[in-house]
Each structure stands twice: as structure tokens, then as C-alpha cells.
Write a new protein. Sequence first.
Length: 315
Amino acid sequence: MSKGKNRGIEAAFISAVFLGFTPIFGRQAILIGFAPLTVVALRTSMAAGLLLAIILLFKREYLYIFPLGFAGCLLAGTINGIGSLFYYMALGRLSASVGQLLYSLYPVFVVLWSFLDRQRPSKLTLVRIGLATLAIILITNANSGGIDILGVGMMLVGSALYALHLPINQRVLYEVPAPTVTLYTLLSMSLVVVSAYFIFDLQLPEGNIDWTPVIGLTLVTFLSRLTLFLGVKHIGGMQTALLGLGELIVTVGAGYLLLGEKLSPLQWVGVLGLIASLLLVRFEKQEPRKGPGGWLNWIRAPHQLPPDIPWGPHS
């Protein structure tokens, strides 16, 4: 296995660990009084501001991006920002575990979007997706009690939109450093979710309230985004999404320790199926880079730009 692929797998796995705490912190914030739109606006804007400050202070060369790459980040951030709104509104209606179970179906959507961009999944990828989907169905069917249908629909929309932004960012990452893509995608997301907050919500909890869940959510968003796009850069959006299913295992463990949630034996069978799907990533072949064509072919750097990355002004 190449060094780049190893690095990508490690980054994607670390991203999954951080993302696994997202529904835990998000649900905690909502339960103590923060509205869903407030939560998503605060965590996204604070994470984007933190990354921007670090780049301005220490790595200003990462601010440079070619115009079509910026347009790609803007598109991806807008799509993911809308998806985040659906995710947190759904999290206000569903438990953290059920919400993350549904959200974990996004690799299926990634395959669809990647196929439309002329990237055919391997047979092993299809096997892994089938295994992961069956595992999620097992876990979901084992859940007792009624499930909010509107919340389920919102979470699936959020999952599909999250999946859509991965192949778009993957195109940009062919020629742009991961921190640059992370920055402009987060800034675009912030524009969407903060606008939604001012239009539809514009309120903060009253009284002396604990901000720990919001701060924790901001930190895991910041760290997960950096490692997410590093993983996409080295192993592609499809494989990063499959490795990202590991976040479900983190959520289940954190839910047990922090929220007192427990799994039935049948649900543990589903978890083992997800683990098997994750372990099979080591047998995947490196995804080839795109040639001409595909619905994302417009996101390409001008030919006169130097090939090394990071590139651009270093003053």
C-alpha cells in the first residue's frame, strides 16, 4: 500500500472518530436549550473563524486558490451547509443514535454521485456498501419505539447532500491543498447556515447556560473537516465515505458512556457488519484520477499554474 493511501486512510479514520462525537454534542446542546439552527450556525461559523485565524497567522499561502476551485468550494459548501440545516433540524426530532444510523447511509449516495461523474465503483466497493447497508438496516430495525417520519426524511436529505459535496471537493483537491479546500468550504457553509439563523431563528438560550457542548461541537467540526479532506485527497470521496462509517461506532460507544444508550444483540451484529466493511478498505485499489468528461469536469485549474502544492503567492 502506498504512503499516500496509508495517510489518506489514517486521516479518514481520524475524521470518523471526530465526526462520531458530532451527534452527541449536537444533541446535548439541543437538549439544554439551544435551537437546532442556533447550534449549526454557531459550530460552523466558529470552526471557520478558528481555521481562518490559524491560516492568517501561520500559513497565509493556503489562502490562494484558482477561481474555478473557489467556485467548487463555494458550491460544495453551499450544498453541505443546506445539508447541515436538515441534519440538525432532524437531530432536534431524533435521538443521537437513530439520527447517526440514518446519516451513515451517505456512502450509498456517494456512489450515485460519483457514478454520474464517470467514476465506476469497484466490485469490492459495491460489496462493502451492501454489507454496510444491511448492517444499518439491522441496527435500525432493532430500535424500539416510534420514529419521527419527518425527522427521518430530514436526516436522509442531509445525508444525500453531505455525500454530494464529497465528489465536488474531491475534484478541487486534485490541485488544491486540503487546508485551503477546508477553509473555503467552511466559509461557504457558514454563509448558508448563518443566513438561515438570522432569517428563521435569531435567538440564544436565556439565563446561565452551559456552552460546553457547543464548544466541543466546534472543535470536532474543525478537526474532522481538516482530516476529512486530507482523506478525500489521498483515497477519494467514495473510500473516505466508507471509512467514515466508523463514526457510527464512535457514536454508539459515546452514546452508551455519555447518554446511557444500549444496544441489543441484533444491533451488535449490525455493528460487526460495519466493522467488516471498514476493514475491507485495505484491499481496495487506488481510485484513478478523472479524465475529461463528467458533470464536475468544469472544476479544473488553468494549465499555466505550477503543479506543486501548496502553490501560489508565499509572501
